[in-house]
Ligand binder design. Structure first.
Ligand SMILES: [Zn+2]
Length: 401
């Protein structure tokens, strides 16, 4: 018999905080989100279980742990969202607009965003560094659990604590996810997709992930958690040992009103042969243009991406990019004609011809993944310059090579 997840109680959906636990000693601040998408209750169920256990076993905690429920209205309605996708609203231009609106003018998710925003501000103002942010999601297709991160070294290194595949560079394709907003403020932010929406494994995988994360971030000593090995092996088995890094190559973008139907049976990280029928999009058959790896195929009504193509990043490329970024060799770009720094030295303005000459993979090595077209120049920004690396440099995971 297929096991199904328990249902979140209505009572639990009346409060934003799942839990808030202060350790006996000062230490890192660990913030976890579940249910930013209303049809993804697994993260909340996992957090409720972990907070129950934390209280029951009174483990010695160093620092502070918060669990936060995401889209409360969406969760009640069991819909991804009601008015707007809460995970596409967190842009620098959007937030002041939402803030300036009268409360009655705000959409359902704009009101949710304002509450979470106020809570985050309070947490950042009243707690001590280092700060860790984790966002738990699930996918509409079958999938092994995996991590998604913006491409910053702090995120990459923390992700290596888990026996999971890691997908980099989602910031190139998605506008306004919560984690990108947090990342832009310099903090470590890691997303986990723990399984298929209603699968019981999605809850179990998320629980294992949370325990490994709390130990890796040094809030709980490994010696106090005998089940740590079990959690580690559980995730390792769930992914068949896949802990490679991938990057996104392209996506099938969907627009409001589009008709999109994915062919049945695809799952994330599946290798697909050239020419295979993937989906029907506005009456047109979409075939794989070449041998590829498919990622996050869409099997639900709401969503802006039909599917992505990804590719494995070779280990040498990961190493090279670590070294290049550490020594800030991107200064080298600014020696070229047609390339200059922006006033704040956080982005590069690159003439389109030069940008084409260097091609995307070169910029990726240096962490430049976002490009905005301004006239005949591309303004390229990366996550490295804003990263608060000093905040994390004394942790074991950061120093590990
Ligand atoms: Zn989600």
């Amino acid at each position: 018999m297929i096991q199904t997840q328990p249902i979140i109680s209505e009572k639990s959906l009346s409060t934003r905080l799942i839990g808030e636990i202060s350790g006996q000693e000062k230490g890192p601040t660990f913030i976890l989100f579940g249910g930013i998408h209303g049809n993804e209750p697994a993260g909340i169920l996992a957090l409720e279980r972990v907070f129950d256990d934390l209280k029951k076993y009174s483990l010695p905690i160093k620092g502070k742990i918060y669990g936060i429920r995401g889209n409360l209205k969406g969760l009640s309605a069991r819909k991804r969202f009601l008015d707007h996708d809460l995970n596409r609203l967190w842009t620098n231009s959007n937030i002041p607009i939402i803030r300036n609106k009268a409360p009655e003018e705000r959409s359902v998710e704009e009101a949710e965003l304002m509450e979470i925003y106020a809570l985050l501000k309070e947490i950042l103002d009243t707690n001590t560094a280092p700060f860790y942010f984790i966002d738990i999601h699930t996918t509409s297709s079958r999938t092994v659990p995996f991590i998604t991160i913006n491409d910053a070294l702090i995120n990459r290194r923390f992700s290596r604590c888990f026996p999971l595949p890691v997908v980099l560079g989602i910031e190139e394709y998605l506008h306004g996810p919560l984690l990108s907003y947090i990342n832009e403020r310099g903090y470590l932010a890691v997303g986990i997709e723990s399984g298929q929406h209603d699968a019981v494994e999605a809850v179990d995988n998320a629980i294992s992930f949370i325990w490994i994360a709390l130990v890796s971030a040094e809030l709980i000593p490994a010696s106090e958690l005998p089940e740590l090995k079990v959690h580690y092996h559980k995730l390792k088995n769930a992914t068949y040992g896949n802990r490679s890094f991938y990057e996104i190559l392209s996506r099938r973008e969907l627009f409001p009103g589009d008709q999109f139907k994915m062919e049945e049976g695809f799952q994330s990280f599946e290798k697909i042969p050239e020419g295979i029928l993937l989906a029907e999009h506005n009456g047109e058959e979409i075939l794989a243009p070449k041998d590829s790896i498919i990622f996050m195929p869409l099997y639900q009504v709401l969503g802006k991406e039909g599917f992505f193509f990804i590719r494995k990043i070779p280990i040498w490329a990961l190493r090279v990019s670590e070294v290049l970024r550490k020594f800030k060799w991107d200064n080298f770009f600014s020696l070229f004609p047609g390339v200059s720094w922006t006033a704040n030295k956080e982005s590069l303005k690159v003439n389109i011809k030069i940008a084409k000459f260097f091609r995307k993979p070169i910029f990726h090595l240096f962490g430049y993944r976002r490009g905005v077209l301004e006239g005949n120049k591309v303004v390229m920004s990366n996550r490295e310059s804003k990263s608060k690396k000093d905040m994390y440099k004394h942790t074991a995971w950061f120093r590990r090579k």
